[in-house]
Design a protein around this ligand. Structure first.
Ligand code: ZN
Length: 269
C-alpha cells in the first residue's frame, strides 16, 4: 500500500528541492530521473539520505535514489572511481576526493593525539549491493520474529513478508512502521535510522564513513573542517563526505539539527 505523497508542490518549493534541482541540472539530470515522484521508498531515501546529492562538484552522486541490483552498483562505483587505504586491519574504499579529505582529517586528528578509525572494519566505508541486502536482513528477519512473537504480526503475514523479493519488502516495512511495528535494531524506531534500505546507502555511493570516535566533539570538528558531516539523523557514527565548508551548507538546501549535542545537516524539505 502506497499512500499519496505529500503535495509535490510543497516539497518541490522547499530549499532542498530547489538546491537539488540546480545541482542535478549542472550534472545534466533531474529529480524525476533519479527519484520517481510516485515511488514512496525513493522519496524517503531522498529526504533521509539526500545530502550527498547536493555535495561538491568533486564527487559523483548516484544516478538513482535506489539501485536495483549489483550490476548497477558496480557500474556506478567504477564510474566514480575507488581509492583504498589500510587503517589498522581494515582496507577501506571511498571516492577519491572523499578519501583524500578523510586521510587529511585522520592525519590532523592523530597530530592532536586523537584518531579516526573504521567501525566494523571495511564495512565502515564502501559497500556493495549484496552488503546492503545482508544488513537489511540483519534487521528485517529478527524484526519479523519479534513482532510475530508478540502477535502484532500473524505467522502467515511474517512468512509472506519473508518470501517477498527484497525490493517489495521495503515499502511493506515502511507501512508497518506507521503502526509502530519498527524494524531498527532496538525495534523502537524506523529501520532506515538503523540501516539503509537495500541499494540505497551512502556507503554504496562511497561517500560515507562510520567512525568509532563519533562521540568526540574534537573529532567531529576535524571531520567537518575537511568536508565530512553528519547528514543522517539518528545514525550517530555515520559521516557523509560533502566536500564543502559548513558555511556553504544552507545554500545547498541543508538545515542543521542538533541532537544529543551532535549537529546534523539534513535536507530542508
Ligand atoms: Zn554508515
Amino acid at each position: 500500500m502506497v499512500e499519496p505523497n505529500e503535495p509535490l508542490s510543497a516539497a518541490s518549493q522547499s530549499p532542498f528541492y530547489l538546491a537539488l534541482e540546480s545541482a542535478l541540472a549542472r550534472r545534466g539530470t533531474t529529480i524525476e530521473a533519479i527519484c520517481p515522484p510516485d515511488d514512496q521508498v525513493a522519496q524517503r531515501v531522498l529526504h533521509d539520505y539526500g545530502a550527498m546529492f547536493v555535495g561538491s562538484e568533486d564527487i559523483l552522486p548516484p544516478p538513482l535514489c535506489v539501485f536495483a541490483n549489483e550490476d548497477q552498483v558496480s557500474r556506478f562505483q567504477k564510474a566514480a572511481g575507488r581509492a583504498a587505504a589500510t587503517i589498522g586491519d581494515a582496507v577501506i574504499e571511498l571516492q577519491p576526493a572523499a578519501m583524500t579529505a578523510f586521510l587529511k582529517a585522520r592525519a590532523a586528528a592523530r597530530a592532536n593525539g586523537l584518531d579516526i578509525s573504521p567501525r566494523d572494519g571495511a564495512e565502515a566505508a564502501r559497500r556493495s549491493y549484496a552488503d546492503t541486502v545482508r544488513l537489511w536482513n540483519s534487521r528485517f528477519l529478527p524484526g519479523l520474529i519479534h513482532w510475530a512473537g508478540l502477535e502484532r504480526l500473524t505467522a502467515e503475514a511474517a512468512e509472506r513478508l519473508r518470501a517477498l523479493p527484497v525490493v517489495e519488502q521495503v515499502p511493506e516495512v515502511l507501512e508497518l512502521e506507521k503502526a509502530e511495528i519498527f524494524f531498527s535494531k532496538c525495534l523502537s524506531k524506523s529501520v532506515l535510522y538503523s540501516i539503509a534500505a537495500p541499494g540505497t546507502s551512502q556507503h554504496i555511493a562511497m561517500l560515507a564513513f562510520d567512525a568509532n570516535e563519533f562521540r568526540d566533539e574534537r573529532v567531529r570538528e576535524i571531520l567537518a573542517r575537511f568536508g565530512w558531516f553528519q547528514t543522517v539523523l539518528s545514525d550517530l557514527p555515520h559521516f557523509t563526505f560533502l566536500g564543502l565548508a559548513e558555511a556553504e551548507l544552507p545554500a545547498r538546501g541543508l538545515k542543521s539539527v542538533d541532537v544529543d549535542g551532535q549537529r546534523f545537516w539534513i535536507p530542508d524539505v
